[in-house]
Design a protein. Structure first.
Length: 241
């Protein structure tokens, strides 16, 4: 009897909608050119077939190219966020940033001039449980792999964090690394960090999940360097670096 061994199982999340990508719009292969089995619910299963999977490359007309390193005995489902590409169908009324930056650089934005729907459910106390915090998220999407800027009112203290694992039922987030200090439920602000990487020609396209009625202030980032800016509604905002 031949026993078939699973090398890795992947599930891909749309970074814009926070939903699992279930449509067959992804082209996936490993370093040997092998393709996974596509299962219901957006699962992609690689069988070992004598060789473990080391890297997986994902391409699509609608998302940026992504290369994933698969760990040994990576049998649990691994969730990977895919960022929208230039052909992504952005809903009418949403805003975008586009322009030119040094090739391969990280371009990001945080909308600080409008109220965010994200909240801390409890105080974050690193001495008590440094690797976890609980978030209120009304839309109910999957936050695994998402990045946030957290700050105290008045912007005296702020830092970025990434969600390694998210439990929808409780809002519980496991962080990739602990925050540098404590944050109170009352008085702490949470903003999504939208980002992308510029192409070889320096062009980038960054849709932002926000519908505006008037110009809004924001923080714009290039490879971690911050500057203040403003985005206007009803147009693709051109920002060059």
């Amino acid at each position: 009897m031949i026993k078939i061994k699973v090398s890795c199982v992947l599930q891909f999340l749309d970074d814009y909608t926070e939903n699992v990508i279930t449509d067959p719009v992804l082209h996936i292969k490993d370093e040997s050119g092998r393709k996974p089995l596509r299962k219901e619910g957006g699962y992609y299963v690689f069988l070992e077939n004598g060789l473990p999977v080391k890297t997986v490359t994902v391409t699509s007309p609608f998302y940026d190219r992504e290369t994933i390193r698969a760990g040994e005995a990576d049998l649990e489902v691994r969730k990977v966020r895919l960022r929208p590409g230039k052909n992504y169908p952005v809903p009418p009324g949403m805003i975008c940033m586009e322009g030119k930056a040094p090739a391969g650089s990280c371009v990001g934005v945080v909308i600080t001039g409008m109220e965010s729907s994200f909240r801390l459910l409890y105080d974050y106390i690193p001495e008590k449980e440094a690797d976890y915090l609980e978030l209120y998220h009304p839309s109910g999407g999957d936050l695994t792999g998402m990045e946030f800027l957290i700050m105290e009112s008045g912007k005296k203290k702020r830092e970025f964090f990434r969600v390694a694992e998210y439990k929808k039922e409780t809002g519980r987030c496991r962080l990739t690394k602990p925050l540098s200090g404590s944050y109170k439920k009352a008085g702490s602000l949470l903003y999504p960090f939208y980002y992308t990487r510029s192409a070889e020609d320096g062009r980038y396209f960054l849709p932002v999940r926000a519908r505006l009625a008037e110009p809004v202030s924001c923080l714009i980032y290039l490879d971690g360097k911050e500057r203040e800016g403003e985005l206007e509604p009803g147009k693709n905002n051109k920002v060059d670096f």
